[in-house]
Design a protein around this ligand. Structure first.
Ligand SMILES: NC(=O)c1ccc[n+]([C@@H]2O[C@H](COP(=O)([O-])OP(=O)(O)OC[C@H]3O[C@@H](n4cnc5c(N)ncnc54)[C@H](OP(=O)(O)O)[C@@H]3O)[C@@H](O)[C@H]2O)c1
Length: 288
């Protein structure tokens, strides 16, 4: 079985290392920057954590560089310059924003390179491991490494998605909109409920079935058919009411409400529940 090296054993590094170890992969070594993270990595991954990234990379047939995006290229170049890579090795990173081009220094040493992005969120080890089954892994890079990618995806219980290298940042912008901006939206909703004195955990409990139901509807029907609410119905007076109360109690949230409202008008037009004149009137009300 191939040996893994994890360079940057943070959230993703620990989840991938733990999950692949459970599937029989051997952990050759891991590397972290700070002493505290090194100790945690040693405890969680139970593998050697050498002094340098190059030493850790040498111990792997498959090297995962799971550092923050901003240092992947630099870390890869440093490992290459200090003899950590060899021909035939596989070097992968898990960034959604960067392509495999940031691993050019490893390719120059004869390694095969891939970007291998889990389209999932990993805030911690346990929840991360629970989320893995069914996760899509977006892969691009050297054709000679695609079989390995398929093998890893299979071991992780995931599914593979291939994208064109040049459009990778667009792919990642979409993932951020779907994941991070949903979190921001929920935070805004909780802020509105807080004005009524409803604590965040109660508000979350109340909103959760609505949000889960909406996600299910989007998955089954698509966004257009899943859209309901005052904009889809053309209820101008309700929207006007929302604007007034927001201006009074949460003025900072008004721009978010109106901006998303304008896009929701377009979606409702595509759905066909909103006439041209109604759409125009709502857009005017929203300041569009
Ligand atoms: N978390 C997610 O939900 C998620 C999802 C999909 C993809 N990703 C991608 O996965 C990668 C890792 O993200 P993460 O959330 O796991 O990050 P993280 O939890 O912050 O972990 C980053 C790790 O890299 C180490 N590191 C930082 N700077 C380093 C350097 N210069 N040299 C060597 N190691 C260094 C850190 O060590 P110290 O702790 O010692 O600083 C830490 O172990 C990123 O490319 C990210 O875009 C993340």
């Amino acid at each position: 079985m191939k040996r893994l090296a994890i360079i940057g054993a943070g959230n993703v590094g620990k989840v991938l290392g733990t999950a692949l170890k459970a599937k029989g992969y051997r952990l050759g070594a891991a590397f972290c920057r700070t002493e505290m993270s090194r100790r945690v990595a040693e405890q969680v991954l139970r593998c050697p954590v050498p002094e340098t990234a190059a030493q850790a990379a040498q111990a792997g047939d498959i090297v995962f560089i799971t550092t923050p995006d901003r240092v992947i290229r630099e870390v890869c170049e440093k490992i290459a310059a200090t003899g950590g890579f060899r021909p035939g090795q596989y070097v992968l990173h898990t960034s959604g924003a960067h392509s495999s081009a940031v691993l050019t220094a490893a390719r120059a040493e004869g390694a095969y390179v891939l970007s291998f992005h889990p389209l999932q969120t990993f805030p911690g080890l346990e929840v991360g491991l629970q989320s893995l089954p069914g996760t899509f892994f977006t892969v691009e890079g050297d054709a000679a490494a695609l079989d390995l990618a398929a093998e890893l995806v299979d071991a992780l219980g995931g599914k593979m998605l291939s994208i064109p290298t040049a459009l990778k940042p667009l792919y990642h912008a979409a993932a951020c909109a779907a994941c991070n901006y949903l979190v921001t939206l929920m935070d805004a909703a909780l802020e509105m409920y807080a004005v009524m004195g409803i604590p965040a955990e109660n508000a979350m409990e109340a909103l959760s079935p609505l949000v889960q139901g909406t996600l299910r509807n989007i998955a089954v029907l698509g966004p257009q058919q899943a859209l309901t609410g005052p904009i889809a119905r053309g209820d101008l007076s309700t929207i006007s009411c929302h604007q007034e109360i927001l201006a009074q109690h949460c003025p900072a949230l008004l721009p978010l409400y109106t901006r998303l409202g304008l896009d929701t008008v377009d979606l409702a037009r595509r759905k066909g529940t909103l006439g041209e004149n109604e759409a125009h009137a709502i857009k005017q009300l929203l300041g569009g």
